[in-house]
Ligand binder design. Structure first.
Ligand SMILES: Cc1cc2nc3c(=O)[nH]c(=O)nc-3n(C[C@H](O)[C@H](O)[C@H](O)COP(=O)(O)OP(=O)(O)OC[C@H]3O[C@@H](n4cnc5c(N)ncnc54)[C@H](O)[C@@H]3O)c2cc1C
Length: 291
C-alpha cells in the first residue's frame, strides 16, 4: 500500500480562515475537499503538498439554491447531493445524467463539485457538464471574489484559473426559459472514467435555438467546449440534420490520445455520436418545457 510523503494538516473553520492559511503557508499548501483525486495523487507522489488545508467543515460552501435568475452550487457540495437534487434535476437534468455515471457511491458520497472542477482532469465529467451549461465559477482570494466564465476557468489539463492563494467557492448557472440538457457517456465498465462523453444544453426561443452548449469530456478538447458545434446550432430550428452537422463539428474539435481505453479515431467518432444523442435528448427536454 502506497503512502503519501509527510505533510502538515490544518482544518479550516471558515472560507476566510482557509484563505489566510493559504496565504501564510505559501504555494506548497493545498486545499483538500473529498480527497478522492488529491489523495491518490499524493500516494503516487504525483502531488507532494507540504500542508493540507481541510475544508470539509465549511458548511457555508455546502448548498444548492435558486437565487434570482441563477442556480448557485457551493464548492463543497458532494456528487451525491447533486445526484439527489430535484431542483437541479428540474432545471438542468444533465447533472443527474452525469452523476449517475460518475464513479461509485463511495466516491460520490465524498467527492465535491469544487474538487472535480479544480482537479481539471480532462476526463472529469462535471467539467463537461459545466462547460455545456455555460456556468461560471466564483473564486475567492486575498483581494475578494471574482467570477470567471467556465470557458476561462480551465486553462489546460490539471490547470485552472484558481491561483495559489485562492479557492473556488461557488458555481453559478443562469436559469433561462425553454432549456433542455443531457449527458451521454461511454465507459468500459460501470463507475469507470469516460472513454468519451458529451454534454449538450439547448435554449429555445420561438422554435429556434437561441443558445447552445456542447461540453466534451476525455477527448482532448481545450476548456471542454466545442465552440464551432455550438455556433452551428444557434439560430436554427432543432432538427436531425442540424444536430448531425453539430456532431460532425464536435468530432472535428477532438484531439484524443490512443490508450488502453481505445484508439484516438474511435474516441473522436464516439464523441460525435454521443454529441448527437445528447442533443436529441436535450432538444426533447427543451421542447417539453416550451410546450
Ligand atoms: C475510483 C474513482 C473513480 C472515479 N471516477 C470518476 C468518474 O467516472 N468521473 C469523474 O468525473 N470523476 C471520477 N472520480 C473523481 C471524483 O469525481 C472526485 O470526487 C473528484 O475528482 C475530486 O473531488 P474531491 O472533492 O474529491 O477533490 P479533492 O481530491 O479533495 O481535490 C482535488 C483537487 O482540487 C483542489 N480543490 C478541491 N476543492 C477546492 C476548492 N474549493 N478550491 C480550490 N481547490 C480545490 C485540491 O487542492 C486538489 O488539487 C473518480 C475518483 C475515484 C477515486
Amino acid at each position: 500500500m502506497q503512502t503519501p510523503a509527510a505533510f502538515e494538516y490544518e482544518r479550516a473553520t471558515s472560507v476566510d480562515h482557509a484563505l489566510s492559511l493559504l496565504k501564510s503557508l505559501g504555494p506548497e499548501a493545498r486545499v483538500v475537499a473529498g480527497g478522492h483525486s488529491l489523495l491518490p495523487m499524493m500516494k503516487l507522489r504525483l502531488a507532494r503538498p507540504e500542508h493540507l488545508i481541510d475544508i470539509n467543515d465549511l458548511k457555508e460552501l455546502d448548498y444548492i439554491r435558486h437565487e434570482g435568475d441563477e442556480v448557485r452550487i457551493g464548492a463543497l457540495t458532494r456528487h451525491r447531493q447533486i445526484l439527489d437534487s430535484d431542483l437541479l434535476f428540474g432545471l438542468f437534468p444533465i447533472f443527474r445524467d452525469a452523476e449517475q455515471v460518475i464513479a461509485d457511491p463511495i466516491v460520490r458520497n465524498r467527492g465535491t463539485i469544487g474538487g472535480s472542477l479544480c482537479q481539471a482532469d480532462p476526463a472529469e465529467d462535471l467539467s463537461g457538464v459545466c462547460a455545456a451549461l455555460h456556468a461560471s465559477a466564483v473564486i475567492a482570494g486575498p483581494g475578494g471574489r471574482r467570477t470567471v466564465a467556465m470557458a476561462d476557468f480551465h486553462k489546460g489539463p490539471y490547470e485552472t484559473a484558481v491561483q495559489p492563494e485562492e479557492m473556488l467557492v461557488e458555481v453559478r448557472i443562469a436559469v433561462r426559459p425553454d432549456a433542455g440538457s443531457a449527458y451521454e457517456k461511454v465507459e468500459r465498465r460501470a463507475g469507470d472514467w469516460a472513454i468519451a462523453a458529451a454534454g449538450a444544453a439547448l435554449w429555445l426561443s420561438g422554435g429556434l435555438i437561441s443558445d447552445a452548449g456542447i461540453g466534451l469530456t476525455a477527448v482532448g478538447v481545450d476548456g471542454f467546449s466545442a465552440g464551432d458545434a455550438e455556433a452551428a446550432l444557434k439560430g436554427k430550428a432543432p432538427s436531425e440534420a442540424v444536430f448531425a452537422e453539430a456532431a460532425k463539428l464536435a468530432t472535428a474539435a477532438t484531439a484524443p490520445q490512443s490508450d488502453q481505453r481505445g484508439s484516438a479515431e474511435y474516441k473522436s467518432q464516439l464523441a460525435g455520436e454521443l454529441t448527437l444523442r445528447a442533443l436529441r435528448r436535450a432538444a426533447a427536454r427543451a421542447l417539453r418545457q416550451e410546450a
